[in-house]
Design a protein around this ligand. Structure first.
Ligand code: PLP
Length: 387
């Protein structure tokens, strides 16, 4: 048989998925384990959003949506939200509704990159960024953020990796996996480096509504940034809608135009009734989002304290998203740690899955019930103390 794609053969499978799959297998075999490895809220999608989609389907909204990049109603909801958050006006044609934020990230990279272009990402990094860059024909370039500074971004760290080939920087705030929300000083550093070096910024705001301390800084509203920033957002995390696969991008016109070309040729559109759900989510009541945010905050407070009470574990409190990223000073690699802890009944994702900067850490999702977190904390303590 002829050989298959070398590009795809070189992409490792997602480490977070691999850990999740193993956890599911062990659970199916009857092992008593608590899985804190995934990024899926343990809440149901708010009722009024479900109903909007049911209604759309029963009203016959089951055809190819038009315009393919998003119905006028869903795009207007996104444009209005963006205006309220940033003060910026964008045309409807700058928005593309996508099946999940993931596809919006892929579109942005595909629209920007030519072979040889470099894209800077920050480690610890969400596992999908480097493969996405490679698949879009770019070269991923890691900036390693130090664990000792709680992964603070500085202009110096970014500048060290900027070359004449740097096309874009990918930024996530709040961050998966570190839970950090960019500060004013960090935003200034990113803007300085991007503007001075004429670099695009892909700003991933998937967790923007899940902030417990600090404030979201929309990078696109900073001076000189609207024309170089692609904003990626979606409903998966804040609205507990991971399975719906709904997200969007807001991009400068030229990037939006190229992204729309790929979008329509590759997948045509996101689902028609999903677009009705976007409208309901963004224009409807936000109480459910607030209830979930407060629940995550309670879980964070409990779990950070519980982990810090264990000798040999250091857990920074998180400002946003729903992952804790504690460091275990046990002389084990994070892969060894994850494997041994799984045997002790708790599944976390090894920090090294997020790049070398995550070594020594594990990522625990707090999008799990409080009962599970209480039991997991007991098991982690017993595991560390048994060593
Ligand atoms: C940082 C970050 N960006 C984007 C996504 C993609 O989310 P979705 O495709 O479900 O919108 C995720 C999901 O885990 C994420 O953690």
């Amino acid at each position: 048989m002829k050989s298959l794609s070398t590009l795809l053969s070189g992409i490792p499978p997602s480490a977070t998925m691999a850990v999740n799959d193993k956890a599911k297998r062990l659970k199916a075999e009857g092992k008593d384990i608590i899985a804190l490895a995934g990024g899926d809220p343990n809440f149901d999608t708010p009722k009024h959003i479900q109903e909007a989609a049911f209604t759309a389907i029963s009203n016959g909204d089951t055809h190819y949506p038009g315009p393919a990049r998003g119905t006028n109603a869903s795009v207007s909801a996104i444009v209005n939200k963006y205006k309220a958050d940033t003060g910026l006006d964008v045309a409807n044609t700058q928005v593309i509704v996508t099946p999940g934020g993931k596809w919006a990230l892929n579109l942005a990279l595909a629209a920007m990159l030519n072979p040889g272009d470099e894209v800077i990402y920050l480690e610890p990094v969400w596992v999908s960024y480097p493969p996405m860059i490679t698949l879009a024909g770019g070269t991923p370039v890691a900036v390693s953020l130090p664990s000792e500074t709680n992964f603070t971004i500085t202009a110096e760290l970014l500048e060290e990796k900027v070359t004449a080939n740097t096309k874009a920087i990918m930024i996530t705030s709040p961050s998966n996996p570190t839970g950090r929300v960019i500060t004013r000083a960090e935003a200034d550093a990113i803007v300085k480096v991007a503007v001075e070096n004429d670099i695009y910024v892909i700003f991933d705001e998937l967790y923007e509504k899940l902030i417990y301390d600090g404030k979201h800084i929309p990078l696109s509203a900073e001076p000189g940034m609207a024309e170089r920033t692609v904003v990626v957002n979606g409903l998966s995390k804040a609205y507990a809608m991971t399975g719906w696969r709904l997200g969007w991008m807001i991009a400068p016109p030229a990037i939006a135009k190229l992204s729309a070309t790929l979008h329509s040729q590759a997948i045509t559109a996101a689902s028609s009734f999903g677009m009705a759900a976007i409208e309901a989510a963004l224009n409807g009541p936000q109480d459910d989002v607030e209830t979930m945010r407060l629940a995550y905050k309670d879980r964070r407070d409990f779990m950070v304290d519980a982990l810090n009470a264990i000798d040999g574990v250091h857990c920074e409190s998180i400002e946003g998203a729903f992952y804790l990223f504690p460091r275990f000073d046990l002389g084990l690699t994070s892969m060894e740690l994850a494997e041994q802890l799984m045997d002790a009944g708790v599944v976390g994702t090894p920090g090294s899955a997020f790049g070398a900067a995550g070594e020594g850490h594990l990522r625990f999702s707090i999008a799990s019930s409080m009962e599970d977190l209480v039991e997991a904390a007991k098991r982690i303590k017993a595991f560390v103390e048994s060593r």
